[in-house]
Design a protein around this ligand. Structure first.
Ligand code: PMP
Length: 337
């Protein structure tokens, strides 16, 4: 048996029980390990869905150029699909993103333009503005627009949600996911809520992002916005893919807790996941008093740890930010005593 191309291997990711970092947490905590997708992240699912919907709508034509502002994972999904389908790719990203992510996009033949992080989204230098301008001026190009393109949410409504429902045999009681574009939580959440209206949908946000305050007050508060380290989640605007009615609550996690928990997942569960996975698990642990013994929690682990080797998985990087105070107790250090 074989697949006709790598795109057919997207999805059907494993659901795995956590046993160690969840000690003392009531119920069962399962993680949906999205690292087994060909681009090592959940974003492959929505990338191919956006492309195929654009092809059907006549927006993306043979030989065309796919343009997007992406922090890496969506770009990876788009670049893989473009390689298989014969499109060109130009991505804009920010100088906050890990070098590994940018190099990986270039490995698939994409052109990557790095833009400054700390400018307003409507500043002409922002990665949003630059990608929009390129899409306007390059002939036969199509901007995927993952934030407002509802094919993103639809991918998770059609795939991620049903997979979770089937893998838990309908026993899932909580969905926990980091929120960036909002596609994952809104699509999977909507499907699960339709199956069982009692399911709780918890979004994980970052300090420096507007989501939590907006959900709680209905106010878009610019004072909530400041630079942060956590990658992939939180935003300084409201993407159309975030469905605030589906999400019951948002929980904010600090950069430090997200980074250290990312390491803990690898150390104590043997699962090598990315930074937003750490944020999601840390957020769940902050909320653990709301869980009962019969809870079946599914937490989405969006991407793979390899993209963060120079960051959360690097002790010096952690120390430079004051996230790691203690010297590690190595065998060498013990022998020296
Ligand atoms: N984690 C990572 C690593 C991501 O790249 C993204 C996408 N921005 C998310 C979480 C959030 O997923 P979504 O965009 O579907 O809300």
């Amino acid at each position: 048996m074989w697949y006709n191309n790598i795109l057919e291997t997207i999805g059907n990711t494993p659901l795995v029980k956590l046993n160690n970092i969840t000690q003392g947490v009531k119920g069962t905590v399962l993680v949906k390990v999205e690292t087994t997708n060909p681009g090592n992240s959940i974003k492959d699912r929505m990338a191919i869905k956006m492309i195929e919907d654009a092809e059907r709508a006549g927006l993306l034509k043979p030989g065309g150029t796919i343009i997007e502002g992406t922090s890496g994972n969506t770009g990876m999904g788009l670049a893989i699909a473009a390689a298989v389908k014969g499109y060109k790719c130009i991505f804009t990203t920010t100088d906050k993103q890990s070098k590994e992510k940018i190099d990986a996009l270039r490995a698939f033949g994409a052109e990557v333009i790095v833009c400054p992080t700390n400018v307003d989204p409507d500043d002409p230098r922002s990665y949003y503005s630059v990608s929009s301008r390129l899409a306007r001026e390059i002939p036969n190009s199509w901007k995927a627009n993952q934030y407002d393109n509802l094919s993103n949410t639809q991918a998770h409504y059609e795939q991620t949600g049903p997979e979770i429902w089937e893998q838990t045999e309908g026993k899932v009681t909580h969905l926990v996911a980091g929120v960036g574009t909002g596609g994952t939580i809104s699509g999977a959440g909507r499907y699960l809520r339709e199956k069982n209206p009692d399911i709780r949908i918890w979004g994980i946000d970052t300090y420096g992002s507007v989501f939590k305050k907006y959900k709680e007050t209905g106010v878009f508060d610019k004072n909530e916005i400041y630079p942060y380290i956590t990658e992939g989640i939180g935003e300084d605007f409201l993407p159309k893919n975030v469905d605030f009615d589906i999400i019951d609550l948002f929980e904010k996690v600090t950069d430090k807790d997200a980074a250290l928990m990312t390491r803990e997942i690898a150390r104590r569960e043997g699962i090598f996941a990315g930074n937003s996975a750490g944020a999601a698990i840390a957020g769940l642990l902050q909320l653990k008093d709301r869980l009962t013994d019969d809870a079946v929690v599914v937490v989405i682990l969006h991407d793979h740890g390899s993209r963060y080797m120079g960051k959360m998985y690097n002790d010096d990087w952690l120390r430079e930010r004051g996230f790691l105070q203690d010297e590690k107790l190595t065998a060498q250090a013990i022998l020296r005593k």
